[in-house]
Ligand binder design. Structure first.
Ligand SMILES: [Zn+2]
Length: 157
C-alpha cells in the first residue's frame, strides 16, 4: 500500500492510498481519482513522496526490514483510522495482524537489529519496531531496505 500526496489542477492538496504506483497511474489516467474539494480528475502526485518526507522528530513505528533473502520489507506509520475508507482500514488491519504474527517486535532497537540481520550476525527474520526518520535514512544508505506501512488500530480494538 502506498500513500501519495496528490494535487489537482486547481492546486488542492489531498491524500490518496494505492496498491502500488502502477495502480495510481492507471486510476489517474482513467480519471478515477477525484479532488475532494473541487471534484477535478486532473490529478498528479505532489513532488514529495511521503515515505521520504521530513516530519517532526517524533519517533515513528516502523516494521520488518527485509533480510537479504527474507520476507518483503514492511514498516508502520500511525494513521488516523477515521479518515480511511472501511475497506482500506480492514486491509491495513489485516496487514498489521500479519506483521504482528510473523515478525518480532524489537521496539527502539529496530535500527540496530536491522543492521545485525543485514550483516548476518543474527538469524534473518522479519522485525518491526520504532525508528526515527534519521535512522531509517541511514539504514537506507547502508542498503538495508525498510518500508513504512500505515499502523492502524487493531480490528479488535
Ligand atoms: Zn481541486
Amino acid at each position: 500500500m502506498i500513500h501519495y500526496q496528490l494535487r489537482c489542477a486547481k492546486d488542492h492538496g489531498f491524500d490518496g492510498w494505492f496498491k502500488d504506483s502502477a495502480s495510481f497511474e492507471k486510476q489517474a489516467k482513467r480519471g478515477l481519482i477525484e479532488c475532494p474539494e473541487c471534484g477535478g480528475t486532473d490529478v498528479e502526485r505532489a513532488l514529495m513522496a511521503p515515505a521520504l518526507a521530513k516530519r517532526d522528530a517524533a519517533p515513528m513505528p516502523v516494521a520488518a526490514p527485509a533480510p537479504p533473502a527474507g520476507p518483503p520489507a514492511a514498516s508502520t506509520e500511525k494513521v488516523a483510522a477515521g479518515r480511511l475508507p472501511a475497506q482500506m482500514l480492514a486491509a491495513l488491519q489485516r496487514m498489521r495482524a500479519e506483521v504482528e504474527k510473523n515478525c518480532d517486535y524489537v521496539g527502539s532497537e529496530f535500527a540496530d537489529e536491522a543492521r545485525k540481520i543485514h550483516r548476518g550476525e543474527v538469524e534473518a527474520r522479519g522485525i518491526y519496531g520504532e525508528t526515527t526518520d534519521e535512522q531509517a535514512e541511514s539504514l537506507a544508505d547502508e542498503g538495508i531496505s525498510v518500508a513504512k506501512i500505515p499502523w492502524v488500530p487493531r480490528a479488535d480494538g
